[in-house]
Design a protein around this ligand. Structure first.
Ligand code: CP
Ligand code: NVA
Length: 301
């Protein structure tokens, strides 16, 4: 056992409110450094293992590029690249990888597998998305909101759609920084009770409704994500009638629109709205890299 257990990032509230703010500050510094072409190779000689059970565009490329910019290295391990695929236990993988790398980022289906990885790893483990949570997305989302509004005070946000992994992490993140959030999901697709409890432990939990129009009425930010997440059946789509983010739903508001991507145009968001001036989705996507670099430097550096 290592002298000091590593600090993991499996859910947003694995960081304290103060640590979260300093990760966001460092992310802004790294973003400036990239824009100004300033070298910031603070993780020279460090290696990140990236384990993926599910596909990814943003998470993979932002972590890999982020490690390069920090002077380190990232090893991509896809679903068929490791002995996990042949049944090697997660706990054995965790201990073997810990002998080589300085941190492990993993995207897995079952959140319990990530927890097992973290329990046995001797290096920090970062959640690159599970069925339950997507905390790295929340870091990028909060950085984006901070850039847009200069902070979190008096910011009102709405989540419209599925109460999924992205929504769950966003709800806890909003509670931690004091964003006033309303979550509108169809009956049976709302946030899990454990998520509402986790949000209540770190701040004010979101207001919950099944009416998208009420949720967006006073919102500065309206956020959505796919109705069918990776690994889910698409027979749930019919339950989401009326939950599409569209110009008619947002009529009369000047709300910005967020989406973690990838998006299904015509389901949770219209082509018109995602391509409109309201949309900040590309800013969010870029901010994944800046936020994760700050997280890695905090956990590993
Ligand atoms: N938002 C997000 O995590 O995207 P990828 O699935 O492309 O990594
Ligand atoms: N909720 C989506 C997010 C993808 C980044 C999923 O889990 O598939």
């Amino acid at each position: 056992n290592p002298a000091q257990p590593p600090k993991h990032f499996l859910t947003v509230d694995d960081l304290s409110a103060a640590e979260l703010q300093s990760v966001l500050d460092l992310a802004a510094e790294y973003k400036r450094a990239v824009e100004d072409g300033e070298p910031h190779g603070e993780l020279g000689d460090k290696t990140l293992a990236m384990l993926f059970e599910k596909p990814s565009t943003r998470t993979r490329v932002s972590f890999e590029t982020g490690m390069t910019q920090l002077g380190g290295h990232a090893v991509f391990l896809g679903p068929e690249d490791t002995q996990l695929d042949r049944g090697e236990p997660v706990k054995d993988t965790a201990r073997a990888l810990s002998g080589y790398v300085d941190a492990i980022m993993a995207r897995v289906f079952d959140h319990d597998d990530l927890a097992e990885l973290a329990a046995y790893a001797e290096v920090p483990v970062v959640n690159g998305l599970t069925d339950d949570a997507h905390p790295c997305q929340t870091l990028a989302d909060l950085l984006t909101i901070k850039e847009l509004f200069g902070g979190f005070d008096d910011v009102t946000a709405a989540w419209v759609g599925d109460g999924n992994n992205v929504a769950s992490s966003f709800a806890v993140g909003c509670a931690m920084v004091g964003i006033d959030l309303t979550v509108a999901c169809p009956e049976g697709h709302g946030l899990a009770d454990e998520v509402l409890e986790a949000a209540a432990e770190v701040g004010t939990p979101p207001t919950v409704t099944t009416d998208p129009a009420t949720a967006v009425a006073d919102a500065d930010i309206v956020y959505t994500d796919v109705w069918v997440s990776m690994g889910e059946d698409d027979d749930k789509v019919d339950d989401f009638d009326g939950f599409t983010l569209s110009e008619s739903l947002l009529d009369g508001t000047d709300a910005k629109v967020m989406h973690c991507l990838p998006a299904v145009r015509g389901q949770e968001i219209t082509e018109e709205t995602i391509e409109s001036d309201r949309s900040v989705v590309w800013q969010q996507a870029e901010n994944r890299m800046h936020a994760q670099k700050a997280l890695l430097a905090t956990l590993v550096g």
